[in-house]
Design a protein around this ligand. Structure first.
Ligand code: MG
Length: 454
C-alpha cells in the first residue's frame, strides 16, 4: 500500500506558499476561506505563526469562512501542531496561516482536517475546484457565521504534550530552546519546564521580522544556540522552524545533529519500547532503515511529504498494523500516540525522555549510530520528467524504486532523483556507506544528466 502523489494547481506538498503581495494576496486567502467554508461544516479553528503578514491573512481567511456561514474560533499565534491538536480534539476543521521554514517575505496556508491531519490530495483537489472553477457559497445576513477569539486554548496543547511524560524526567537537566522568534516561544519552553528541565532560551520573543535567525533552523543559523549550549552546560539545544512542526538538535558539545541521525536516535528508542512499523519517505537516510532492521521493526516508505507519511500511518493502522513511529529526515517527527502530524514540541520532550532513560549524552547516542554519507544537490532544469525517464532506462539493470521520482540502488549506495512539483528543479540525494562511492555515483549522475539535456 503506497499513497501516490497527485499534482495540484495551487497547493503544494505542505499547503499554499507564496510571497506576500505577489503570489499570495488577501483576495486569494479570502477565496480559500470561503471555499473551505463551503466544503466543511461546523466550527473551524484558525491560527497563525509570527509573520508580519499573518494579521492580514488571518482576517482574510476568517472573512471567507464567516461569509460561507462557518463559525470561526481564532486561536491566535501558535505552532501548527498545536492547532492540529486542537482541531483533532474539538473542531470540525482548521486553517493555519504559516510559511513554515520560508523567509519572512513568504506566507501560506495549511488546511487541517477534523482528525488533525493536513488535508490530503483528493480533498485538496475538491477544494481547488471550488476556488478556481465553481462559485463558493456566501450567505445572507441571517446565516453569517460567528467568530470567537480563544488565545488560551494553546494551554491544552502544552498540557497534552507534557502529560505524555510523567515523573518529571527532565529534572536536573539544563536545555536551551531556540524557537527562532516563532510560535514555539510560547510552547516548547513551557513543555520542557513542566517536565522538570531548567530552560534557557534564545530568540524567544515573538517577532515576524525574525531578527535573530531565519525560520529555517540550519546549522549555520544556529551558531548562537550552539555557543549557549556549551557555555551553559546544557544537555542539548533545540531549534524549531517557523511553525514548530520540526525540531533540530545541538548536542552538549555544541555540534549540530544531522536530522537523519536525530530521526535514528528517536527511532531506536521507540523501537526498544515496543515493536512495530516505522513510516517514512523514500528520501530519508539509510541510517533509519538500518536502525529499524537492527531493532526488528519493519519500515514502510512513502512519497516525500509529511502528509503522505501521516496518511500511510493511518491506513496501515486501519489494516491492523502496529505503527509505532513516523517522520521525515528533516526534523519532522510523528508520534502516533499523540497525533498524526509532525510535532516539534513532542520531539523536544521525547529527547528529554531519551536522555533521562538511557543516561547517555546526546553526542554519545549519535556516535553509536552506523556511519553514512549524504550528498544533496539540485539542478535547475525544466526537463525534469525527461531526465527521470532517461535515467530509468540507463539504470534499468539496477534495483529501482519509483515511490517518488527515481531511487536507484547501486552497491553500498542509493540515489534519489526527484522533480520538484512547483519549480523547474531536479533534486538529488545520494546516501552511501563510503564517501568515495557516493562522490562517484554523484559524478556519474551529473554526467548522464548532462548527456540527456544536450
Ligand atoms: Mg514547518
Amino acid at each position: 500500500m503506497i499513497t501516490k502523489k497527485i499534482q495540484k494547481r495551487l497547493f503544494g506538498t505542505n499547503g499554499v506558499r507564496g510571497i506576500t503581495g505577489k503570489e499570495l494576496t488577501p483576495e486569494l486567502v479570502m477565496k480559500i476561506g470561503a471555499s473551505l467554508g463551503t466544503m466543511r461544516k461546523g466550527r473551524i479553528a484558525v491560527g497563525r505563526d509570527t509573520r508580519t503578514s499573518g494579521r492580514t491573512y488571518i482576517n482574510a481567511i476568517k472573512s471567507g469562512l464567516l461569509a460561507a456561514g462557518r463559525d470561526v474560533v481564532d486561536c491566535g499565534i501558535l505552532p501548527t501542531p498545536a492547532l492540529q491538536y486542537l482541531v483533532k480534539e474539538q473542531f470540525d476543521g482548521g486553517a493555519m496561516i504559516t510559511a513554515s521554514h520560508n523567509p519572512p517575505e513568504y506566507n501560506g496556508i495549511k488546511i487541517i482536517e477534523p482528525d488533525g491531519t493536513e488535508m490530503g490530495d483528493e480533498e485538496t483537489l475538491k477544494l481547488e475546484r471550488l476556488i478556481f472553477d465553481e462559485p463558493f457559497s456566501t450567505h445572507t445576513w441571517d446565516h453569517i457565521g460567528h467568530d470567537l477569539n480563544a488565545p488560551r486554548l494553546i494551554e491544552k496543547y502544552i498540557t497534552a504534550v507534557a502529560n505524555h511524560f510523567t515523573g518529571k524526567p527532565g529534572r536536573g537537566m539544563t536545555v536551551v530552546v531556540d524557537p527562532g522568534s516563532g510560535p514555539a516561544c510560547i510552547t516548547t519552553p513551557r513543555i520542557l519546564s513542566l517536565m522538570g528541565c531548567n530552560v534557557i532560551t534564545i530568540n524567544c520573543i515573538l517577532d515576524g521580522t525574525f531578527p535573530g535567525r531565519l525560520p529555517e533552523p540550519s546549522e549555520e543559523g544556529l551558531q548562537n544556540l550552539s555557543s549557549l549550549v556549551v557555555s551553559s552546560g546544557a544537555v542539548f539545544g533545540i531549534a524549531h522552524d517557523g511553525d514548530a512542526d520540526r525540531a533540530v538538535f545541538i548536542d552538549e558539545k555544541g555540534q549540530f545533529v544531522e536530522e537523519n541521525q536525530e530521526f535514528a536516535v528517536v527511532a531506536q528508542h521507540i523501537c526498544r519500547q515496543s515493536k512495530g512499523t516505522i513510516v517514512t519517505p523514500v528520501s530519508t537516510g539509510q541510517i533509519v532503515e538500518m536502525i529499524a532492521k537492527k531493532e526488528n521493526c519493519p519500515i514502510t516508505f512513502t512519497p516525500v511529504g509529511s502528509i503522505y507519511v501521516a496518511r500511510t500511518m493511518l491506513s496501515l493502522i486501519d489494516q491492523g498494523e502496529h505503527v509505532i513511529f513516523g517522520g521525515e529526515g528533516n526534523g519532522g517527527l510523528i508520534f502516533p500516540d499523540h497525533q498524526f502530524c509532525r510535532d516539534g514540541g513532542m520531539s523536544a520532550a521525547m529527547m528529554v525522555l531519551i536522555l533521562a532513560s538511557t543516561g547517555k549524552k546526546l553526542s554519545g547516542l549519535v556516535k553509536q549510530l552506523p556511519k553514512r554519507h549524504i550528498i544533496k544537490d539540485k539542478i535547475v532544469t525544466p526537463q525534469g520528467e525527461k531526465i527521470l525517464e532517461a535515467l530509468g532506462v540507463f539504470y534499468s539493470q539496477n534495483p529501482i524504486d519509483r515511490t517518488d521520482g527515481l531511487k536507484v540502488f547501486k552497491d553500498d549506495s542509493w540515489a534519489l532523483i526527484r522533480s520538484s512539483g512547483t519549480e523547474p528543479i531536479l533534486r538529488i540525494i545520494i546516501d552511501s556507506e563510503k564517501r568515495e562511492t557516493g562522490i562517484a555515483f554523484h559524478e556519474e549522475l551529473k554526467q548522464e544528466i548532462q548527456k540527456i539535456v544536450q
